[in-house]
Design a protein around this ligand. Structure first.
Ligand SMILES: [Zn+2]
Length: 195
């Protein structure tokens, strides 16, 4: 074979060969990839519609499975993995904080707090916020009061009035008020998020 023919063959091979698979870190968790890729987050039930995830078949760096739903919101960790699936967030495999927050009470159930702080999609806020806790249990974030018609609900109006009183303000603008409800639905709280 002539020099040129050899060179061209090599060129053709390079053009037709599939691109090499990107080298991923070894998975830290063995997972059955057929597990439901879209777990529910009880402390942030509207996380998918709020844009915390995007549909993607990229391989999760933590379990090696195609994501299905890739987590795209914040992770507070020095060596954060680039690709994380919703399952690895939900079951604590990620294990890093996802919000800029502190619990509103020192008395808080440790397991529930870990779930809220590290296994729940990041709540987007302008400032560090206080996460309402009632009877040791963190409440679930439903949105800011101007989302999903929350501000029309009597319980939300009450929670916002209580927040205004706490700050000694006549009222709080709905887009400053983060609304939370206890998992049993009994307690409603608002937390301040000024821009
Ligand atoms: Zn994963």
């Amino acid at each position: 074979m002539s020099f040129w023919k050899k060179a061209l063959n090599g060129f053709d091979n390079r053009m037709t060969a599939p691109p090499p698979e990107p080298k991923l870190p070894a998975p830290i968790r063995q997972r059955d990839c057929s597990e439901d890729p879209k777990p529910h987050f009880r402390f942030y039930p509207h996380a998918y519609e709020d844009g915390n995830f995007e549909e993607s078949d990229a391989k999760c760096w933590l379990c090696g499975c195609p994501c299905g739903w890739r987590y795209v919101a914040s992770i507070y960790s020095a060596d954060k993995p680039e690709v994380v699936c919703a399952r690895c967030l939900a079951d604590g495999t990620l294990g890093s904080g996802t919000h800029d927050t502190v619990a509103s009470s020192k008395v808080v159930d440790k397991e529930l707090w870990f779930e809220a702080e590290c296994c729940t999609p990041g709540i987007s806020s302008f400032n560090p916020f206080s996460w309402p806790v009632v009877d040791g249990e963190p409440l679930a974030y439903l949105g800011h009061a101007d989302q999903r018609d929350l501000e029309k609900r009597a319980e939300v109006k009450q929670a916002m009035a209580a927040l205004a009183k706490e700050f000694d303000w006549p009222e709080v603008a709905p887009h400053y008020a983060m609304i939370f409800r206890s998992l049993d639905g009994k307690h409603w709280r608002a937390s301040m998020d000024l821009d």
